[in-house]
Design a protein around this ligand. Structure first.
Ligand SMILES: Cc1cc2nc3c(=O)[nH]c(=O)nc-3n(C[C@H](O)[C@H](O)[C@H](O)COP(=O)(O)OP(=O)(O)OC[C@H]3O[C@@H](n4cnc5c(N)ncnc54)[C@H](O)[C@@H]3O)c2cc1C
Length: 113
């Protein structure tokens, strides 16, 4: 690393002044939880965690705002369901703001085309 900095960014290759240990939360499958709260459907839970959430922030933000404002999202969030380890009860099924669409137990209810 030092050699690389010397070659390409010599001004960034100064003396090491301090270090610190940084921790982050980790789910069992190292992915996120993005879902409605299993007991309170009006609460959306998002954990852009496991050390790789930053690069997904725009998409996660869009999905969350979709769920909160519209009641559904075009993003498939089944992979991030809170109950995927069977440690939480499934989120309650809810009727969305549209008259014909009912959400699935996950937050990834397909919306109108
Ligand atoms: C050590 C480490 C390494 C990581 N490496 C990567 C990586 O290489 N690639 C990657 O994509 N992601 C990485 N991540 C994950 C990434 O940092 C997070 O996914 C991302 O920062 C989440 O963004 P966020 O806006 O949800 O939360 P945050 O960035 O945590 O922002 C939350 C903000 O809310 C503020 N806040 C909290 N409580 C309150 C309150 N009560 N009132 C007012 N403000 C409050 C906090 O101060 C903070 O500024 C890493 C995380 C860590 C910890």
């Amino acid at each position: 690393m030092r050699a690389l900095l010397q070659e390409h960014m010599p001004f960034a290759s100064g003396p090491l002044l301090s270090t610190t240990v940084c921790m982050y939360t980790m789910t069992p499958d190292e992915d996120f939880v993005i879902d409605r709260h299993p007991l309170h459907e009006r609460v959306v839970v998002a954990s852009p965690c496991s050390g790789h959430g930053f690069k997904f922030a725009p998409a996660i933000g869009e999905a969350i705002s979709d769920l909160v404002v519209e009641g559904w999202t075009r993003h498939d969030l089944r992979r991030f369901a809170a109950n995927r380890w069977n440690s939480f009860p499934a989120a309650p099924s809810t009727t969305t703001t549209t008259t014909t669409t009912t959400t699935t137990p996950t937050a990834a209810a397909p919306g109108p085309a």
